[in-house]
Design a protein around this ligand. Structure first.
Ligand SMILES: [Zn+2]
Ligand SMILES: [Zn+2]
Length: 188
């Protein structure tokens, strides 16, 4: 939806209802606003992805004229499945209560040594033993190095193995290392 400030990006809202105001011959839409992480009370934290939106409880009535176009707000899981991300693809995993600045859910699953919520824009690698996911940076590797890994065991799992008997992992029993790569973007 059109922002009153033309230099700012468009607003995103969930249309709840379309109302016809007969007396004024106007069509209005009742909406719930989506917030961009930058607009939040706490500001943008580094686990927010570039395409993340939070569904707020702030409702509003707007003229149908302010609608610029349609976009799709996916769940995070569906967003991860997208083959390519178009300009109008977003995802939402949190709701945001504007007056109390409370997030729903209040906690998200956290990963890695840094205990951060998942950010689909950042490359992660899965430990084949504990199945936790790790950022390249947090394990002291580059994205390029991580993509070339054939197996990955996090430092906790590696040292635990050594304590037992230094067993070599049987190659037949482990799957190839899984890497969650940031999606390739296509704009326009
Ligand atoms: Zn990390
Ligand atoms: Zn591990």
């Amino acid at each position: 939806m059109r922002s009153p400030n033309s230099r700012k990006p468009s607003y995103v809202a969930l249309v709840e209802k379309i109302e016809l105001h007969v007396e004024k011959n106007e069509v209005k839409v009742r909406v719930l606003w989506y917030y961009r992480p930058n607009d939040l009370y706490h500001g943008r934290q580094n686990f927010y992805g570039e395409r993340e939106l939070l569904l707020s409880d702030r409702d509003d009535v707007q003229s149908v004229e302010t609608i610029e176009g349609k976009c799709i707000v996916h769940t995070l899981d569906d967003f991860m499945e997208l083959k390519c991300i178009r300009e109008h693809d977003y995802y939402c995993r949190f709701e945001y209560k504007v007056h109390s600045a409370v997030y729903v859910p209040e906690r998200a699953d956290v990963y890695c040594l840094c205990n951060k919520a998942y950010n689909p824009d950042v490359l992660m690698v899965e430990c084949e033993k504990c199945n936790d996911w790790f950022h390249s940076e947090c394990i002291g590797m580059t994205d390029g190095e991580v993509k070339k890994l054939e197996h990955y065991f996090c430092s906790a799992c590696s040292s635990r193995d050594e304590e037992v008997n230094g067993d070599e992992v049987d190659d037949d029993e482990v799957n190839d290392v899984e890497v969650a790569a940031p999606k390739r973007r296509r704009t326009g």
